[in-house]
Ligand binder design. Structure first.
Ligand code: ZN
Length: 152
């Protein structure tokens, strides 16, 4: 599979996850798809709650699911797609600040650059980012004097 085909497949998986968003409050659905080093894909979608503050973002759900599978050190890339559930707007969505911090953790644990693909809801436009570009001067394990431990 070409690099472009792999990116398109990851964005398609994120779009499919977006359809499962539990977002009755914001009415803004987000899907995320994480590519692992063996090529497999793990997805997540936003998971809102009536108490608002407990809501989880798609990227965090996907990365926590990867961790629950014991694969956090195998993260290689993540695609993010989002948009209003009424179809209004078609802009490329980028991760929120908390998710950027979670992505930095994933990159530090994996010990390799994490490619971040942000796409329009229809997947037609894709922009690639790095953690360093999205979260300059990040706080991470090294700031706590900790060397990330890779479980696998
Ligand atoms: Zn977020």
């Amino acid at each position: 599979m070409t690099r472009e085909a792999e990116i398109a497949e990851l964005v398609t998986a994120a779009r499919a996850a977006m359809a499962n968003a539990h977002a009755p409050y914001s009415r803004f659905a987000v899907g995320a798809a994480v590519r692992l080093t063996d090529g497999s894909i793990v997805t997540g979608c936003n998971f809102e709650n009536a108490s608002y503050g407990l809501s989880l973002c798609a990227e965090t759900v996907a990365l926590a699911t990867v961790n629950a599978q014991g694969r956090f050190a195998d993260v290689a890339a993540i695609a993010v797609v989002g948009g209003a559930m009424d179809g209004a707007g078609a802009a490329i969505v980028t991760p929120c600040g908390r998710c950027r911090q979670v992505m930095n953790e994933a990159e530090q644990i994996a010990g390799r650059p994490l490619a971040i693909y942000c796409a329009t809801p229809d997947g037609a436009q894709i922009v690639e980012h790095t953690v360093a570009a999205l979260l300059p001067h990040a706080f991470g394990p090294a700031d706590l004097g900790i060397t990330p431990v890779r479980k696998n």
